[in-house]
Design a protein around this ligand. Structure first.
Ligand code: 2HG
Ligand code: ZN
Length: 465
């Protein structure tokens, strides 16, 4: 069959007008927030039902066409990039909240529900969907599940995985599986639901997800604290964790702060210049909690771990303090950064960061290095900024050389080469730094079971053979 005939057949499987091949759509739907790979999809298809997703997957198997799932395309590892003539399956029209169960505190969602839409829906019910990150206004639930998205509240609430009560998926063979049926307790063998979470669409596509909700937090309050050096951040974390149930503990460097404040729309937290800053958040649910927080702050100042600090007194101040952290990624995207999203266990963070910082400073003397991340859960974002005049390909090639040494340190510390962004295409060549050869062989064997023809997001997680 010719390409045209194959695409003509695809058009009969979905609603009229729901296959696009115009240049602007191919460009827009063929990429995510990474800038490494030029998009080159064959077409974009917009199914409107589970049956249509199944029909598209069966069609892809019949014709050997590769499929790339597409949600909000806010990914940072090229997991949703279609660079090799694939058909992009967009979930934009499967975007409804289907059901809410107040007793179970669950919401059934289609995969194209935007994260913020779910958060707002939860709020309207007096509840809370706690997985949150800067891109929650665009990212979709299906994509969050595909990457097991983390974000800024992981220290308290865990990753997306913790909130998935049940999943309906269409496997690479076109079968519809209903996984876990929203049960809390279910000891009936392998939990296949967990396999699909974080699988980046390489085993199948989520067509419905039941997400759990939590009680709404009371009077969230944030502090931004300036520290004299990186090593002081950890004792600050321990001091606060000893007194309070933190909902977040983030950090960023002075370089990151300077870029965000340089935008002109977010005020600096205070005047004292500090090399590092911690942002912590807790529920100031009583006078006692608030005074414990202040006493801990004073203790940290006495110990010399904190030079200055500020505590939010209103919702607006809370939002403004969060902007200092949440705007970093978008602000520095202007410099086409080379990104690393690495993690180790929390106790190893100081030594790990020191070792990596030393390598990076030695090999990138001319590049600006920006550190920030979710330090309370051991996840560090290391961004190397491209000098304005340097050519993009040369910059990425230079970074790739140093990456090897960075990942050797990750391996030595038993860490992860991708804490929360996923492997996609940008990290696939480095998977062996985090997973053993035996483990990778089992992972590939699992893919073979669910996707025998290799049509589901090929080239993601594993390099093409
Ligand atoms: C964040 O924590 C996001 O802000 C993005 O995970 C991190 O841009 C990055 O490197
Ligand atoms: Zn992050």
């Amino acid at each position: 069959m010719t390409h045209t005939a194959v695409l003509d057949e695809l058009m009969t499987l979905v609603d009229p007008g729901k296959v696009l091949t115009d240049a602007a759509s191919l460009e827009a739907y063929g990429k995510d927030w990474t800038k490494h790979f030029p998009p080159a999809p064959l077409a974009i298809v917009f199914p409107k039902s589970t049956e249509q997703v199944q029909a598209v997957v069966r069609w892809a198997n019949a014709h050997g066409v590769a499929l790339v799932p597409s949600g909000g395309r806010t990914g940072l590892s090229a997991g949703a990039v279609a660079a090799n003539g694939e058909v992009v399956v967009s979930f934009d029209y499967l975007n409804r909240i289907l059901d809410f169960n107040a007793s179970d505190r669950t919401v059934a969602c289609q995969p194209g529900v935007v994260t913020r839409q779910l958060q707002q829906f939860a709020e309207e019910q007096g509840l809370y969907y706690p997985v949150d990150f800067a891109s929650s206004g665009s990212s979709q639930i299906g994509g969050n599940i595909g990457t097991n998205a983390g974000g800024i509240k992981v220290i308290r609430y865990g990753m997306t995985r913790n909130w998935v009560a049940g999943l309906k998926v269409v496997t690479g063979k076109g079968d519809l599986l209903e996984l876990n049926k929203d049960l809390i307790k279910n000891a009936t063998g392998y939990d296949l639901r967990q396999l699909f979470i974080g699988a980046e669409g390489t085993l199948g596509f989520v067509v419905e997800a039941t997400m759990r909700l939590d009680r709404a937090p009371r009077n969230l309050t944030a502090m931004v604290l300036g520290t004299p050096d990186f090593d002081s951040i950890m004792p600050v974390l321990h001091a606060f964790q000893g007194k309070l149930d933190l909902t977040a503990f983030e950090f960023f460097s002075d370089k990151a702060l300077a870029k965000v404040v340089g935008r002109g729309d977010v005020p600096a937290p205070f005047d004292t210049p500090c090399p590092f800053y911690a942002l912590l958040e807790f529920e100031a649910s009583s006078e006692e909690v608030a005074s414990d927080a202040l006493a801990t702050f004073e203790h940290c100042v006495e110990q010399g771990w904190v030079l200055d600090g500020v505590m939010s007194q209103s919702e607006t101040q809370l939002q403004n303090l969060w902007k200092l952290r949440e705007y970093i990624s978008e602000t520095i995207s202007h410099w086409t950064p080379y990104k690393n999203d690495i993690s180790v266990t929390v106790s190893k963070v100081p030594a790990f960061l020191r070792d990596i910082d030393e390598i990076v400073a030695r090999h990138y003397p001319d590049f600006e290095v920006v550190w920030y991340g979710h330090i309370g859960d051991g996840n560090l974002h290391l961004n190397i900024l491209k000098p304005e005049q340097m050519e993009k390909d040369l910059f990425f090639a230079t970074c790739a050389k140093v990456n090897k040494w960075v990942f050797e340190i990750v391996e030595r510390y038993n860490g992860s080469i991708s804490a929360e962004h996923g492997v996609g295409m940008t990290k696939r060549d480095y998977l062996a730094y985090s997973r053993s050869p035996a483990e990778i062989a089992y992972m590939k064997a699992i893919k073979q079971v669910f996707d025998p023809n290799g049509i589901m997001n090929p080239g993601k997680i594993f390099a093409p053979e």
